[in-house]
Design a protein around this ligand. Structure first.
Ligand code: AMP
Length: 432
């Protein structure tokens, strides 16, 4: 064992998990395509100011969780991206995509970095998939984004998710409400817990999110966001709810739901799974009309998007037994050499099998036949194909089914036909 360990809060993804990742990635890509969303990839680091301006200096992410550094002495600070929305909007504005078409639909699967205390479901490097709809934030656009997210879950077979939704009103509504909430909570500052007291100054809306029952009691008697919203915001929200209902997406309105980032306005939503325990948030998103101007755009770019944690999605899928048969492919064959002189024949046979689309491997360490059989079993090969002088001479090879131990003597054409056949197909079925 090496003296080196993966950095705390990071993890390796080994081959046995890769099939699940690829499966989810393929489903995301497929569903995104159905909705006309195209993939975008942005750099892993950006200038730190982008996140300060975009996400907001008072948020937890920017205040405490960014991995920032100066690439050159005295140079401009850069930060490993803690989320994707700011970077996608930066790329969109930089390329002036808005001039090319009024609406752009983009999705991503990306690695993110946050300096959080590592615990179950909380890493310092993790991945999210998400989508950003740029150029429209009408109720139908918001419902489209939520519909896309929920369709990815349903295509993957994930069940039991809870979608909560709320409206935060426009920036002006939020500022008025924030001030009223702060004025109310200041009176109870001594009764709040430490994190809420900290938020009181910087980001009082986040106190609504508190899971502490004592804080929840105080909040329950405070001013209600709904009372500070203009009629237009309420009407807009009603329409979002109606469009979701029409799509068959069920959700519950949670008046205390606020998202941790500054840029959200109007609709905000969060999806959670009881399978996740304490860190039950699987993803979330909302509308962020103000972000483009915040990043220097001269025009308004209405927008809406979401992000979902990939590792947490995998946890949920694992618990629901959805990863069991993923990655099961055709049979794997281990070519067992009886005589070292025949290595080149074995290579040729392996290549014939691979050309026919059959996974084939052979010994690369000059091992005994017994050791080769052990290796075939260790790697869970389905068949062993025996290659010796007699087989080469007769053209008939022993094909042993390692599950049933049954063995047949077949020429290579018949071997390929045999292995291409699905297990439930009959003798007369056509080969692949
Ligand atoms: P956020 O961007 O904070 O709204 O997070 C969206 C989703 O990303 C969460 O619901 C989680 O599923 C996932 N996520 C956020 N932070 C982490 C983390 N530190 N480790 C693993 N997943 C995370």
């Amino acid at each position: 064992m090496s003296a080196y360990r993966a950095v705390k809060g990071t993890r390796d993804i080994f081959p046995e998990e890769i099939a699940a990742w690829k499966h989810i990635e393929n489903v995301i890509g497929g569903v995104a395509e159905l909705y006309g969303f195209q993939e975008i990839r942005t750099p892993v680091f950006e200038y730190t100011d982008l996140f300060r301006r975009g996400i907001g200096a008072a948020t937890d992410i920017v205040g405490k969780e960014m991995f920032s550094f100066e690439p050159d002495p005295g140079g401009r600070s850069i930060t490993l991206r803690p989320e994707m929305t700011a970077g996608v909007m930066r790329a969109f504005l930089q390329k002036n995509l808005h001039a090319a078409a009024p609406v752009h639909k983009l999705y991503y699967i990306a690695e993110l970095f946050r300096k959080e205390r590592p615990q179950a479901g909380r890493q310092r490097q993790f991945a999210q998939f998400g989508a950003e709809l740029l150029g429209a934030s009408s109720p139908e656009a918001v419902a489209e984004v939520i519909g896309l997210m929920m369709q990815v879950f349903s295509t993957l077979g994930v069940k039991g998710l809870k979608l909560r939704i709320n409206t935060l009103g426009d920036m002006d509504d939020r500022v008025r409400y924030r001030d009223a909430l702060k004025a109310y909570l200041v009176q109870y500052a001594a009764d709040l817990d430490e994190p809420s007291r900290e938020r009181l100054e910087k980001n009082p809306l986040r106190i609504l999110d508190s899971k502490n029952p004592a804080v929840q009691d105080i909040v329950a008697d405070g001013p209600k966001l709904r009372d500070y919203l203009k009629q237009g915001a309420l009407d807009d929200f009603e329409q979002v709810l109606r469009y979701l209902d029409e799509r068959g997406v069920s959700c519950s309105v949670d008046p205390l739901l606020v998202r941790g980032l500054d840029y959200y306005c109007h609709t905000a939503f969060e999806v959670a799974s009881p399978e996740l325990g304490a860190q039950d948030a699987l993803g979330g998103g909302g509308r962020y009309d103000g972000l483009a101007r915040q990043l220097g755009s001269k025009t308004d770019i209405p927008a809406a998007g979401f992000a979902v944690g990939m590792e947490r999605l995998l946890i949920v899928m694992e618990k629901q037994g959805l990863l069991r048969h993923i990655g099961e492919k055709g049979p794997r064959v281990y070519v067992v050499l009886q005589d070292r002189e025949l290595v080149s024949r074995a290579v040729t046979l392996c290549n014939s099998l691979r050309s026919a689309g059959i996974s084939a491997e052979m010994d690369l360490c000059a091992r005994s036949m017994k050791a080769q059989m052990r290796e075939a079993n260790r790697m869970h090969a389905d068949f062993a194909l025996f290659v010796g002088e007699a087989e080469i001479r007769s053209g008939l090879f022993g094909l042993k089914n390692l599950r049933t131990s049954g063995q047949e003597e077949l020429d290579m054409k018949a071997v390929i036909a045999r292995l291409c056949r699905k297990p439930d197909e009959t003798e007369s079925s056509a080969p692949c």
